[in-house]
Design a protein around this ligand. Structure first.
Ligand SMILES: NC(=O)C1=CN([C@@H]2O[C@H](COP(=O)(O)OP(=O)(O)OC[C@H]3O[C@@H](n4cnc5c(N)ncnc54)[C@H](OP(=O)(O)O)[C@@H]3O)[C@@H](O)[C@H]2O)C=CC1
Ligand SMILES: O=C([O-])CC(=O)C(=O)O
Length: 272
């Protein structure tokens, strides 16, 4: 009697764009993930040698998405969408992105969509640090009347951003509203802090009809995302308290897991 054959799905070769806090964490965790092999990591030219030293023989650091790439996961920042994701899509490479606030830039959402159409592929906007994006996108189909998002982080999560012109992050003793604006304005003014705001708005009422408040709060130690949405479906009120990554207090650890989930699902027979 012969033993039944285990189902063998092909190993997915993945190109990461970005090797900062998210990229390094995804790279480490993916090494333990069956079916996923990060073969290339795209970094700025100035970081090439350092990235290669960290990657060792496991993957190749490069400055552009390789010609033979088939699957890309972006975790670099807004500039990477125009620089790397757009040309990859045009060549037919499937891409998943985390820097979703970039879509607040003029015409970029349409450009990405056109490029994916041209390449006969798809660009996936990942849920990242936030929960409930799937529910909101489903609820939209019956009509939404209101979506409001509040992002609250400890002062350290707002360093090197326009927040430094609003208050003294070192000495504030009370929660301070940094911005009360549309999701489009939030994403453009806070490109490293308002990607969740952009994602929720794209899933819901759009970048110009979604109200966003960003808050520096010395009383919290987590990145707290709160959304209220109302519509024909009923109402969502959701709070997510995300632990920040040790290497970057702006970024919640769940963002890494969202990227890994995408890679896992991409190669799985049953996806969730
Ligand atoms: N959707 C979501 O929920 C979230 C999305 N994000 C997005 O993910 C991005 C990365 O986060 P995180 O890893 O914490 O940030 P880090 O600053 O730790 O790392 C970003 C890395 O990407 C590099 N980089 C920047 N631009 C490019 C480019 N055009 N091509 C290649 N590499 C580039 C940076 O290099 P250098 O330092 O030399 O510039 C840096 O090494 C954020 O900027 C944000 O856009 C983050 C959190 C949540
Ligand atoms: O990681 C987070 O908590 C959210 C974040 O930075 C963003 O929305 O850009």
């Amino acid at each position: 009697m012969t033993a039944p054959m285990a189902s063998q799905r092909p190993l997915q070769r993945v190109t990461l764009i970005g090797f900062g806090a998210i990229g390094q964490s995804i790279f480490q965790r993916a090494a333990q993930a069956p079916g996923v092999h990060i073969s290339h990591v795209v970094v700025p030219a100035t970081g090439l040698a350092k990235a290669q030293a960290r990657l060792g023989a496991a993957a190749t650091a490069c400055t552009a998405v390789p010609e033979d790439a088939t699957l890309v996961l972006e975790c670099a920042g807004h500039s990477a969408l125009l620089q790397h994701v757009l040309p990859a899509l045009q060549r037919g490479v499937e891409c998943a992105v985390l820097s979703i606030g970039a879509l607040a830039g003029p015409g970029l959402a349409e450009q990405l969509s056109d490029a994916a159409e041209q390449g006969g592929t798809q660009v996936h906007l990942l849920a990242g640090a936030m929960a409930g994006v799937d529910a909101l996108a489903a609820a939209r189909l019956a009509g939404l009347s209101e979506v409001c998002y509040t992002g609250r982080k400890p002062p350290a999560g707002w360093r090197d951003t326009p927040a430094e012109q609003v208050c003294d992050l070192d000495t504030i003793t009370q929660a301070t509203v940094l911005l009360d604006a549309t999701a489009r304005e939030a994403a453009q003014r806070y490109p490293k802090n308002a990607n969740v705001a952009a994602t929720l708005s794209l899933a819901g009422l759009g970048l110009d009809a979604t109200r966003v408040r960003l808050i520096a709060d010395p009383a919290v130690s987590e990145n707290i995302h709160h959304v209220v949405a109302r519509g024909e479906f009923g109402e969502i009120e959701l709070t997510l308290r995300g632990k920040p990554l040790a290497d970057n207090p702006k970024t919640s650890a769940l963002t890494v897991l969202s990227g890994l989930r995408f890679l896992h699902n991409r190669g799985a027979a049953l996806t969730l």
